[in-house]
Design a protein around this ligand. Structure first.
Ligand SMILES: Cc1cc2nc3c(=O)[nH]c(=O)nc-3n(C[C@H](O)[C@H](O)[C@H](O)COP(=O)(O)O)c2cc1C
Length: 302
């Protein structure tokens, strides 16, 4: 399935940002596209998306992101659609992937689970997933706190399966660096918010272009789980940045209908080097160029 890839990259699933077109163009252009199932606001819309993506991509790899947390109100419905449309890769987040693994393995698909701590990585490894996505410090969305060097090294001590690294990976040399550290794939979200095919608003895309790493804040104020957000997007809502409340309970129901992710925008530390809004094909071409240049730079060193 991975033979035709131009780069070892998964375009990470992003709530209210990934679209079917982004997935299709990512996978057509030589990386792996993905989207959160909950981006389709109903199961009926989701079914249409799955038919369209499957019809366009045929044997190319693509992935869906399934929130396997009990507060996901569409858990059963979406699992049925996974069974029916057989996405080649299912990425599980925020919960035990057990039930999903049985379904996906029954049709020969792969399950990758995202983890942000060593404890969760060990737990996920025991469930029989095929890949671990290590969400390190600086990632967009619900990011971890671990340094990527230390995180990868620690996980490699007990994990022999596919390893995917996330967090601030923003250009081609970062992708090569992730490979050098021992990752099989780089998992990149923030870099693709600005793709023409993403459904982030123009204002959001422009904010990503104009922001640097200093404009990112890591807080649990909006969902009860720490995530990275663009400070200007919080300020534009009239919220005082130095006075953010701490949320007491974890509530992922906002993944379906809460205002938080629509009005307050997430991005990771990798924003600094993102300089324009452009088609995903051009972003991938740029990453490929940078990746090759980094390979040549390494060859020149030795
Ligand atoms: C706007 C935004 C929305 C996200 N939504 C989701 C989501 O719905 N499900 C998920 O598993 N991860 C989500 N993430 C996390 C990404 O899948 C990925 O882990 C992250 O973007 C990687 O770090 P990077 O942004 O520094 O490249 C989101 C990230 C961003 C920036």
């Amino acid at each position: 399935m991975f033979n035709g890839l131009k780069l070892p990259v998964i375009v990470a699933p992003m709530f209210l940002v990934s679209s079917p077109e982004l997935v299709i163009q990512a996978s057509r252009n030589g990386v792996i596209g993905s989207f959160p199932l909950l981006n389709a606001r109903t199961s009926e819309i989701l079914e249409e998306w799955l038919i369209a993506i499957k019809g366009e991509l045929l044997d190319l790899p693509w992935a869906v992101n399934f929130i396997s947390h009990p507060t996901n109100k569409r858990f059963e419905e979406d699992l049925q659609l996974i069974r029916k449309y057989e996405p080649p890769i299912v990425i599980t987040s925020l919960g035990h992937p057990g039930k999903v693994i049985d379904v996906v393995h029954s049709y020969g698909g792969l399950v990758y689970s995202d983890v942000a701590t060593i404890k969760h990585a060990k737990k996920a490894a025991e469930t029989g997933v095929d890949g671990l996505i290590l969400v390190a410090n600086g990632a967009g969305g619900h990011a971890g706190r671990l340094n990527p060097f230390a995180f990868l090294a620690a996980v490699k001590q007990f994990w022999k399966g596919t390893t995917i690294l996330a967090g601030g990976i923003s250009d081609g040399k970062d992708i090569l660096a992730a490979k050098v550290l021992g990752a099989d794939f780089a998992y990149m979200g923030t870099r693709f918010i600005v793709a023409t095919e993403s459904v982030a608003s123009e204002q959001y895309k422009k904010m990503v272009v104009n922001s640097t790493v200093d404009d990112i804040i890591y807080t649990d104020a909006f969902s009860g789980v720490h995530a990275n957000y663009l400070i200007p997007s919080i300020e534009k809502e009239g919220i005082e940045i130095n006075n953010l409340p701490s949320k007491e309970s974890i509530d992922f129901s906002h993944m379906v209908d809460v205002k938080a992710w629509r009005d307050i925008w997430s991005a990771g530390h990798g924003v600094t080097t993102i300089t324009k809004i452009e088609p995903i094909a051009d972003i991938i071409a740029q990453l490929e160029k940078e990746y090759k240049e980094a390979q040549q730079a390494i060859a020149a060193l030795v």
